[in-house]
Design a protein around this ligand. Sequence first.
Ligand SMILES: Cc1ncc(COP(=O)(O)O)c(C=O)c1O
Length: 442
Amino acid sequence: MTSRDYSLDSFWMPFTANRGFKKLPRILVGARDMHFTAEDGRKILDGTSGLWCTNAGHCRPKIVDAIQRQAAELDYAPPFQMGHPGPFKVAERLKRLMPADLDYSFFTNSGSEAVDTALKIALAYHRARGEPSRRILVGRERGYHGVNFGGISVGGIPGNRKAFGNLLPHIDHLPHTHNPEQNSFSRGQPAWGAHLADELETRIVALHDASNVAAVIVEPMAGSTGVLVPPKGYLERLRAICDKHGILLIFDEVITGFGRVGGAFATSVFGVVPDMVCIAKGLTNGAVPMGAVVARKHVYEAIVDGAPDNAIELFHGYTYSGHPLACAAALGALDTFEEEKLFDRSRELAPYFENAVHSLREMPHVADIRNIGLVAGIELEPIEGKPGARAFDAFLRCFEKGVLIRTTGDVIALSPPLIISKQQIDEIVGTVADALRAVARS
Ligand SMILES: Cc1ncc(COP(=O)(O)O)c(C=O)c1O
């Protein structure tokens, strides 16, 4: 038994089965590099980078030092009509990392806020250019764009929407890209599915008229719904259709950013440059909450240069936009990624990781396996009448055996820190294999 000096009652846990958790708590009390420490002292190998965010591993010294120093030097500075060095420095570093003229960063405190900020910027952009009728925002089925009203409106995960009634008006959705008959057990980008982007033109633009459509937002690789890798040519087609009709393209890179898909960002890996990129999570290596929208020059200029002198150009921002501790963490994280060449490491380890996860194909009840970079989804056949139960059982068994995995529905998602060794990849995959065998026997 673990003795705690606190009660579990009052904390209303997010995206958690509260009653189940409080009967069977899983409490983490420490972390370093590839491992968490559980409250009973067990080391837990992190197969999920926390929640897709500690891409450089845990408690990395540069990040810890930077946060500690910053807290003692400038704890807070107001971000409206005032500045401090942090966000200027982080924005400059992001400009260097991003392709093309994705040069301007607007800071938020989460991925959800980054998404809602990008959607607002898209609407403001069209107004600034004299096209206020462009109000329709297009998302995609199975998309996850955080939990704020904009994000769940363009999002396509039914469970995240159904309790909240009417969402934003002027929304449409593209079809998702997964078709088990065509795509199962694809390695990397599936060959089938580029044509699904055409629906933007043949249905959405045809129905609403381009003059009413503001923006399309997609995760270049859909993570939270269970790792859907974009079909070859799909993102290119979306870009071309957006260009043809004056529609802004937004990539939500909250998960795919900072090395996850085998390069700095999905936009660089897939070679498609959107008008805005949403980032968060890996930006500070998860150490302090922070998100950002990185916009291309024409987006920034339309809004900022288009406004009268000395007027506030965008009536939007957060008390903690560009918070000093978040900026310190981001600079420490960006230094760590760069010095340890972690984005290259992700690309180099990807083939080993791919072979390892695809070895699970022979395990009981495995319906599909998908992967790119250092992320993989292992989809299980659901137990009839109990969706998600088989994967959750595997999650509990893996945790018991000292490995943290993540499940979404009946998909096991693996997204380990980029510092992982080959031996640790084997350990994660071996533990998942044992768990799947045990689940099948139970
Ligand atoms: C693609 C994507 N967008 C947005 C978010 C929301 O980020 P946050 O939880 O920081 O609000 C997430 C979180 O997982 C995400 O995966």
